[in-house]
Design a protein around this ligand. Sequence first.
Ligand code: SF4
Length: 230
Amino acid sequence: MWIVSVSAIAGQQWYNNLMREKAKIVYRFKDNLYINLTNRCPNACSFCIKSKFSMVFEGYNLNLEGKEPSAEEVLAEIRRQSQEGPVGQIVFCGYGEPTMRLAVLLEVASVLKEDMALGKYPKTPIRLNTLGLGNLVYGRDITGDLAKVLDSVSISINSPKREQWLEVVRPQPQYRERGYESVLEFIRLLALKMQDVTVTIVDRLGIDVEETEKLARSLGAKFRVREFIA
Ligand code: SF4
């Protein structure tokens, strides 16, 4: 019991110290650089680890506390961290939906692409992880803008059925009525413009894997099952 208490106190101290550090806007995980543009999200997925891990991931504080980074800050941090070792992919991900900051996302990706073309930055694939509501959020088709600057997009759909999607990803009220159809359309339009578009689901949620794969293929996308992080 005493040992448990000591380790609980040490854990709390570690967490408190981590939270005093500045939030990471770019973090390294498994050779990739992940970009944390925002903590805002139109969904509240039942499996989201944001609150479960108290805004920490792999020892990084990802709680921006509303201080969202500029494109310049993100680019400077990518360049700095790239000096520390090879980078497999640059991924817009983070604890939030990256397309909520579409203008910054597009600026960062297009500057990187220009630098790669000029040999100022090593050629590195750029990926977006998204929930696919971008067209509905902005009221226009954003897939053309994304396809110009990204190499791949991974869309977390999490159900082949509208009703189950509503239960699993729990979108904000303004996205409930047209959200699911909008995500499907987003995937279809993106897959017309890009080779590497992947629809994903999280395992262990009781989602019909075969049905979702069939749906993904019918929209022109690839398919992948992601690991449930407990
Ligand atoms: S889309 Fe991502 S960040 Fe948003 S609630 Fe779902 S898992 Fe969390």
